[in-house]
Design a protein around this ligand. Structure first.
Ligand SMILES: Nc1nc2c(c(=O)[nH]1)N[C@H]1C(S)=C(S)[C@@H](COP(=O)(O)O)O[C@H]1N2
Ligand SMILES: [Mo]
Length: 159
């Protein structure tokens, strides 16, 4: 009887216990790539870190911190820079937020721009309406490709 009760308590705990947030997948990379991957919060934070400085519309400088988008693509086997040639030129990045919002990046853009997947700004986590991950596209004043609540990166071939 005691064994049965403790077994039932164990089962109940598994059901009601909130999932460990650190084990949740926060970002997926898929599509026309050599190594599709998912990242938990802990895995994402273990990647090499990068920062970019960006001025807001009021001219105030902010420091965004996270992982280089180009570096993450390269980790997944996406050819960039010197490695980008031939039929890979027909590929592009589809970056999607939790709300379904999509922005597109052509791969040659990574030759000259440093995009960031930010998880923090000025030392604080990105606010919940835009985080936990947001694309930072420093040269873009209108910020249309600053995808908020980024959840999916997909490499698509246009041909
Ligand atoms: N997930 C998601 N990200 C998004 C959008 C959106 O609708 N959904 N809108 C984009 C557009 S068009 C703009 S102009 C900026 C606006 O956000 P901001 O005013 O906080 O810069 O967010 C961008 N990122
Ligand atoms: Mo916009």
């Amino acid at each position: 009887m005691k064994t049965l009760l403790s077994f039932l308590a164990f089962v109940l705990l598994q059901v009601v216990q909130p999932a460990n947030a650190r084990d949740d997948v926060i970002l997926k990379i898929e599509g026309e790539i050599a190594s599709p991957k998912t990242f938990t919060d802990a895995e994402f934070r273990a990647l090499p870190r990068a920062t970019v400085q960006v001025k807001d519309r009021a001219g105030v400088q902010h420091t965004y911190e996270g992982v280089s988008l180009g570096h993450l693509l390269e980790l997944a086997g996406v050819p960039l820079k010197q490695s980008l040639k031939h039929d890979a030129i027909a590929k592009y990045l589809h970056a999607q937020g939790r709300d379904g919002y999509v922005a597109v990046f052509a791969l040659p853009e990574f030759d000259s721009q440093e995009y960031l997947i930010a998880d923090a700004v000025d030392g604080k986590a990105i606010a919940a309406d835009a985080g936990p991950l947001q694309i930072v596209s420093p040269a873009e004043m209108r910020r249309s490709r600053w995808v908020k609540q980024l959840v999916l990166l997909r490499i698509v071939r246009s041909q």
